[in-house]
Ligand binder design. Structure first.
Ligand code: CAA
Length: 293
């Protein structure tokens, strides 16, 4: 399938958004020898991403997992800019902005106007329809694809590859090639709400909130049961804090709206914690407490 003139290895990726996922994607690309342009309008967010990159690479050197020269080279491959226009030379763009359809569609229009015609326009969305996002770029829908990474990006092996209705085979093959070049294992999924990962994961997390709400067990015991009994690295409630309770809630709402089944409706306790601003790790408190942030 890789027959196009553009089926050459990706040299530069523009990563739109410097939050947890975006900064992880940029670092993973840089560690794989690909130049990464980290784009975010927030200077504070860019500083945070920069600090995360430096700290993660320094830790790898400390642990003897990486040579200092390789860490320095990886860091040099990342540049940090405030606008998409400054990344216009990239031959790949992956959007990792907030999970909001309208925000993402606006970004896709800007991506279409900014990047060269051969560039793939990928999204790291965790649940929004690829076909819907692609509708924002009209005739360019064939180069829009879902490239769903997992947190923490440098550690997690999977990239869920989601083809929208108009995504071309060439775009799909190039995405698979890039995921492999980044050291990941690409696995295809179809464009239905939540794809496979969140269609399965989020209802499990939501059910853990129901079990807590009904007093089946204390949150720490729910997690311990799932860790020791099912070999999960984190229990579902700890994982919900790690992902962000707001993110879990929003994904459940997408599943509920798109699939129309009551079973996807967010647990009232999950909704309440989000309303209270208890969002998990990022706010210092969610199901569990993590100290001041
Ligand atoms: N960035 C880079 N490296 C990280 C990291 C990060 N944010 N967090 C941890 N690591 C590294 C550590 O440095 C450590 O590396 P070494 O093996 O070289 O020492 C390694 O990961 C293990 O970390 P720790 O020893 O600190 O902790 P741990 O063994 O408990 O592992 C974990 C931490 C990898 C996060 C593990 O608990 C885990 O796999 N949890 C489940 C995560 C998960 O399910 N993620 C998917 C969430 S869903 C999603 O992302 C998609 C969505 O759409 C919502």
């Amino acid at each position: 399938m890789s027959t196009s003139a553009h089926a050459t290895p990706v040299k530069t990726i523009a990563v739109l958004g410097a939050g947890t996922m975006g900064s992880g994607i940029a670092l993973t690309a840089a560690q794989a020898g690909i130049a990464a342009i980290q784009v975010d309008p927030s200077a504070a967010q860019l500083e945070k991403a920069k600090a995360y990159h430096a700290k993660t690479l320094a830790r790898a050197v400390e642990k003897g997992k990486m040579q200092q020269a390789d860490a320095d080279a990886a860091l040099k491959r990342i540049c940090y800019v405030g606008s998409m226009a400054e990344a216009k030379g990239a031959d790949w763009a992956v959007e990792a902005a907030t999970e909001n359809v309208e925000v993402k569609k606006k970004i896709f229009k800007e991506m279409q106007a900014t990047f060269p015609a051969h560039a793939v326009l990928a999204t790291n969305t965790s649940s929004i329809s690829i076909t819907d996002l692609a509708s924002a770029v009209g005739a360019d829908a064939h180069r829009v694809i879902g490239m769903h990474f997992f947190n923490p990006v440098p550690i997690m092996a999977l990239v869920e590859v989601i083809k929208g209705l108009a995504t071309s085979d060439e775009t799909t093959q190039r995405t698979i090639d890039l995921a492999i070049a980044m050291g990941k294992t690409p696995v295809p999924a179809n464009d239905r709400a939540g794809f496979v990962s969140n269609r399965v994961l989020m209802p499990m997390i939501n059910e853990a909130f129901h079990a807590w709400m009904e007093g089946v067990a204390k949150p720490e015991d729910i997690d311990q049961i799932m860790k020791l009994g099912c070999n999960f690295p984190m229990g579902p409630l700890r994982l919900a804090d790690f992902i962000g309770l707001d993110v879990c809630h929003d994904i459940m709402m997408v599943l509920y709206r798109e699939l129309g089944d009551q079973k996807f409706f967010p647990c009232p306790l999950l909704r309440q914690l989000v309303q209270a601003g208890r969002l998990g790790d990022k706010s210092g408190r969610g199901v569990f407490e993590y100290g001041k942030k």
